[in-house]
Design a protein around this ligand. Structure first.
Ligand SMILES: Cc1cc2nc3c(=O)[nH]c(=O)nc-3n(C[C@H](O)[C@H](O)[C@H](O)COP(=O)(O)OP(=O)(O)OC[C@H]3O[C@@H](n4cnc5c(N)ncnc54)[C@H](O)[C@@H]3O)c2cc1C
Length: 434
């Protein structure tokens, strides 16, 4: 009698989960791929949704469409709620699912470091919904400011604070500056020159994962685009109409002071999804799951953690990047096939393809093959790589069309305030122990 086909359950259809599933397409198994959304999001372009540069549909694609034709795979649109490691069961919002191999690729969620008021008033930028909410909020500030006679209140309505000087913060500040100083100033001539963008970073430079040369370049470019950059500035509280800042090096005033702003985009921190903390997996204080060099969980060889959620052993730390998740997914597929065939899985080796951050029109910072690139060459590199990795011809076409339109006419196409817009931030639910 032939052996039953192994059951592979993959939690999360982001880069890690989807790439695992696709790399298993020839494996004789019953694969279930689960996600709470029926679509995969191309997160590297999410900031462009938040800056009204792209429509949300341009960076999202239905998982069923992506996996169409993969006969060994079944997609389940459900929330993963609970894990029973002993019985090898996952409880979801649509039933209980057994597995022989489990791949947990649930990514990370936005984290406010416990900053008072952040969950109520700051906008995270981590999901498609976040991007849409932030975009609506930014656009609505201009409509509201038109009716505000008091100059001080108008300044706070039109001050956009971006918290975090990593790649997302830098990219969003740049995109916001181009939106505000270009199309929005033309749409609202009465408010011309009144909007300001402030990028806050607690450390002493931007883009700390890149060289200091690239950090300095990013700073110079952003300042030229009219973004005010404050380094060594820590946000200690967020209010509806501003942030409390601690800036020890501030000259001419108290280091502990308040900055009026009704838009705070929070790109500063992430943590593992709170739900995972109660699953009995070895989690770090930041909620990520510790894995061995093969991406397996200790004493649970049938459980793999892929992508942002995986915390590699000390000294082998990997950045939270799409490439790490995709390569981790392919590695996990090979490892599952190896174990099923009675072989030991190999260690995961990440091939570093570099780091990129776009700053604005014709300017980006890139570290590729150990070399730094700036300006137009880096911008072209960024553009090509994002188009190549974006899934689906239609999405590529939509993004390219939008970019070409923006580039030629200095316009932003995604400026409609939808009637069902939500302007309140939506932070992930916390569990009692996180
Ligand atoms: C704004 C932004 C910009 C970025 N820019 C870049 C970039 O330029 N280059 C780069 O390399 N990387 C970039 N990254 C990082 C990159 O997107 C991540 O490293 C990558 O997405 C990690 O993949 P993952 O599979 O671990 O998680 P994700 O891609 O986040 O996928 C996790 C999936 O799990 C699902 N999920 C979560 N919890 C549950 C649950 N309980 N039940 C069901 N489903 C669930 C989610 O819906 C999601 O589909 C960026 C990230 C962000 C947020």
């Amino acid at each position: 009698m032939s052996e039953p086909r192994p059951k592979v359950l993959i939690l999360g259809a982001g880069f890690g989960g989807l790439w695992t599933a696709r790399a298993l397409r020839r494996f004789d198994a019953d694969i279930t791929l689960l996600d709470r959304n029926n679509f995969h999001t191309f997160l590297p372009l999410l900031y462009q949704v938040g800056a009204a540069e792209l429509e949300p549909f341009a960076i999202a694609r239905p998982v069923r469409t992506i996996t169409r034709g993969q006969d060994n795979l079944h997609f389940l649109n459900a929330d993963a709620l609970r894990l029973d490691l002993e019985k090898k069961l996952v409880y979801t919002s649509h039933g209980v699912h057994a597995y022989d191999f489990l791949v947990v690729a649930l990514g990370t969620v936005a984290w406010d470091f416990g900053t008072p008021g952040a969950r109520d008033h700051a906008f995270p930028l981590k999901t498609l919904e976040d991007g849409i909410a932030l975009r609506s909020h930014v656009l609505s500030r201009f409509e509201t400011a038109l009716h505000e006679p008091a100059a001080e209140k108008r300044a706070s309505l039109l001050r956009f604070v971006v918290v975090g000087g990593g790649p997302t913060g830098v990219e969003y500040a740049g995109a916001l500056s181009e939106l505000v100083r270009g199309p929005l100033e033309r749409d609202y001539p009465a408010l011309a020159g009144e909007a300001s963008i402030v990028l806050l970073e607690a450390g002493d430079r931007l883009l700390t994962a890149m060289s200091s040369r690239l950090s300095a370049y990013a700073r110079r470019r952003l300042e030229k685009m009219g973004v005010e950059i404050r380094l060594g500035a820590r946000v200690t509280a967020v209010w509806e109409d501003g942030v409390q800042l601690l800036e020890p090096a501030r000259e001419g005033g108290s280091p502990d002071h308040r900055l009026g702003a009704t838009t705070v985009a929070w790109t500063a921190g992430v943590q593992g999804p709170p739900v995972v903390r109660s699953w009995g997996l070895p989690v770090t204080p930041g909620g990520r799951v510790r894995v061995s060099g093969t991406l397996q969980v200790e004493d649970r060889p049938e459980v793999f953690i892929v992508g942002d959620l995986a915390q590699m052993p000390e000294g082998q730390d990997l950045p939270m990047l799409a490439q790490v998740a995709m390569q981790g997914g392919r590695h996990t597929a090979r490892a599952i096939e190896a174990i099923h065939a009675g072989r030991s899985p190999r260690a995961f080796r990440y091939r570093d393809k570099g780091l990129l951050a776009v700053i604005g029109r014709n300017s980006a910072a890139a570290r590729v093959a150990g070399r730094d690139f700036t300006g137009l060459p880096a911008w072209w590199l960024w553009l090509l790589i994002h188009i190549v990795y974006l899934i689906g011809f239609r999405n590529r076409f939509a993004v390219l069309l939008n970019w070409a339109w923006d580039y030629l006419f200095f316009e932003r196409v995604a400026r409609i305030l939808l009637p069902f817009r939500r302007q309140a931030p939506a932070w992930p639910a916390e569990t009692s122990d996180s």
